[in-house]
Write a protein that binds this ligand. Structure first.
Ligand SMILES: NC(=O)c1ccc[n+]([C@@H]2O[C@H](COP(=O)([O-])OP(=O)(O)OC[C@H]3O[C@@H](n4cnc5c(N)ncnc54)[C@H](O)[C@@H]3O)[C@@H](O)[C@H]2O)c1
Length: 340
């Protein structure tokens, strides 16, 4: 694949080969998002019990059906392998993959940085993209910048919905202002049942008063259900530790204390409990104080708002990679590209 094929989005002679790590709610949605694309092809998928690889592409529906009926894509015939070190084995298999979407739980809070170190040590080169959420997790990844550069990996972090799409929207909205006073992100998520997005819900619980990443991770399914029973399935989250703050600070837009993130997650109704939006308030060069608001359509799901940007950023990352630019970039400093 040469640079022109990657940059001129119309004339790919070869699709970008994609691996999806983690095949839960977001991983399966990612496979469905990719299925109709021409510029990207799903060649690898991994979960905590196995992985599947097919050079010519995996069928998303087959992978999903296998995962849902047997608990792992490792059972997929004839492409699957069962393993409790699936990511490491996939890397050791040396199968060609151009970019990976890390749709993994970040439980504990250094899990994804640990996986990234496996990539660095493996000698694999290409593009990695995550939809990680916590400030402290993004900071751990940023600390790997030089190692990523030396390894020839282009890493795109915070590239889901928030952080991700909304952080990028805030970066664009900021352009009208001479000074940014406030960035307020409010998200509404509606899902039919919490089991479809176990890691997302556990990580959300970790933001509630009295909980942290470790206590939420240690909760049994019955304890999660008991908590959700008490709240009628609704989680209300305020002043979350969300990496939108460090990403906007690193992009030079405003200091992190001006960024707030909160939201409402309904785990028993796919209808969004409120419209997801980001409000960017600032002062223009004329001295006017104004607020831009970017609101997502209520019909777009969390999965659509995470997986679309993740692959758009992966495509932007491929562009950087092909130009020899490695290291780590955030959703606030690079804009995603549209994947056809
Ligand atoms: N940035 C955003 O806007 C945003 C929004 C939603 C979710 N997320 C993040 O996406 C991530 C995934 O969430 P989800 O709800 O889809 O998770 P999930 O619980 O539904 O699925 C997790 C998957 O990871 C696999 N897995 C776990 N440990 C593994 C290991 N060691 N090796 C290989 N696979 C492993 C599991 O088998 C499972 O398939 C979470 O970290 C969540 O915070 C981000």
């Amino acid at each position: 694949m040469n640079t022109n094929q990657v940059m001129g989005s119309t004339n790919f002679s070869k699709a970008i080969r994609i691996g999806v790590l983690g095949f839960g709610g977001l991983g399966q949605a990612a496979a469905k998002v990719l299925a109709p694309k021409r510029e990207m092809i799903l060649v690898a998928a991994a979960d905590n019990k196995g992985y599947a690889y097919a050079t010519e592409g995996l069928n998303a529906q087959d992978c999903i059906a296998t995962y849902q009926s047997q608990g792992s894509v490792g059972y997929l015939e004839p492409f699957g392998t069962l393993s409790n070190r699936s990511i490491q084995e996939l890397l050791e298999s040396n199968q060609p993959v151009d970019g990976y979407f890390l749709a993994l739980p970040n439980l504990p809070n250094d899990f994804i940085p640990t996986v990234v170190k496996q990539f660095i040590n493996s000698g694999w080169r290409g593009v990695l993209v995550d939809a990680i959420k916590r400030t402290s997790a993004v900071e751990q990844l940023i600390a790997l910048k030089e190692e990523l550069q030396a390894a020839g990996i282009t890493y795109m972090t915070g590239c889901g919905a928030t952080p991700g799409l909304l952080t990028a929207a805030a970066a664009i909205a900021a352009q009208s202002y001479a000074e940014i006073h406030r960035v307020e992100i409010t998200f509404g998520v509606g899902i039919a049942n919490w089991e479809a997005y176990r890691a997302t819900i556990r990580e959300d619980i970790a933001h509630m008063p009295g909980y942290n990443v470790e206590t939420a991770r240690a909760m049994t399914d019955a304890e999660v259900e008991a908590l959700l029973d008490k709240t009628n399935g609704v989680l209300t989250l305020e002043n979350m530790e969300h990496a939108d703050d460090v990403m906007l600070e690193l992009a030079g837009i405003c200091s992190r204390d001006r960024v707030t993130v909160g939201g409402v997650v309904d785990t028993r109704n796919p209808k969004k409990p409120l419209s997801t939006n980001v409000k960017v308030t600032g002062r223009t060069f004329e001295g006017k104080i104004s607020t831009h608001t970017f609101t997502l359509g209520d019909e777009t799901s969390m999965a659509a708002n995470v997986c679309g940007p993740a692959f758009g950023y992966l495509k932007a990352g491929i562009n950087l990679y092909q130009r020899g630019i490695h290291g780590i970039f955030t959703a606030a400093e690079i804009m995603p590209q549209f994947v056809k």
